[in-house]
Design a protein around this ligand. Sequence first.
Ligand code: ZN
Ligand code: ZN
Length: 382
Amino acid sequence: MPTKDYYKILGVEKTATADEIKSAYRRLAKQYHPDLHPGDNAAAEKFKEVNEAYSVVGDPDKRGKYDRGEMDMGAGGAGFNPFGGGAGGFTATGFDDIFDMFSDAFGFGGKTRRRSSQAAVGSDITYQIELTFMESILGCTKPITFSRLEKCPTCHGTGAKDEAHLKTCDKCGGSGQVRHVQNTIFGQQITVGACDKCGGTGKIVTETCKACGGKGVITKNKVINVTIPAGVENGSVLQLTGEGNAPRSGNGRNGNLLLEFSVKPSALFRREGYNLYVTVPVSYLTAVCGGQIEVPAPDGVFVHNLPEGTSNGETLRFRGKGIRTPRGAVGDLFVTVSVEVPKGITRGQKKALEQFESDNSLKNYSKRRAFLDEIAKTYPQK
Ligand SMILES: [Zn+2]
Ligand SMILES: [Zn+2]
């Protein structure tokens, strides 16, 4: 059985109508609202209790269960917790209409809402830059052309024809902010917001600037040389602070220019982090006898002496020969040897190879030798 008499808490009869319960709840909730009793724990407790009671008997379904003694009144009561979020914030949990009422009356988080006094900030511009793979790993400087909003040079962002046509706003007195005082049952409620007459600028334009049509900004084509650091990746973004649009209402900070890189893949290199991977096809003779191979690297092609007897698929690692970033990250270069089996050889070349094979016994082929030994072991001759 429930231990709390919710009807008693709300001060109504068990037979009260839904409307009677609702108005009793509203009256009590206002009476004990924490905003009217700062620091008063007893009032806060009472407020909670009233809310809990209403969460049950204010809901026809729950009220029925409560009346029949079917409500589980264990820990957490009926599961109502209007203070769920903690940190002093009210979290409306299924109490939309009632909490709308409160949020209208109080505002979440305080009675006075202040307009942020931050200056206007222009919007960001995203610009796609195509880079070759080598440009991306080495870095480069590129001129880029884009259009952005800039402060109108004729009116200096005011939007007015001249100083004489720029008056101080009579509604806000030039502050750009107005206070709204509302009389509510809780007392006076004061909100501060942007002045609707001047749009928060504090100034009224009586004749607009012809150059910008009163907007305070004009669209301009801009060419800038962008220095792209070494090591940027496909899809990465470089932010150029303050190179974006000017704010539409004239003065304030510019937005940013966001350069998004689209890197074309390389036919030579594959990249993983700052490491580079390259496959070098090697002739049959070079693999067998050793010799010089050309290895592509970020700073050019270098020659490497391949030792004799290098197998297909062997990988060589060159430390520090990968991508180097201005921030000091250094990757490695991994070179995989791909021994190419010659095709379309002449009769004479074939003869020479047969000569080579007949001169060579199995001792030159360690893997083949081991393989044949394994076959012999796996399939013993009867
Ligand atoms: Zn202008
Ligand atoms: Zn104003």
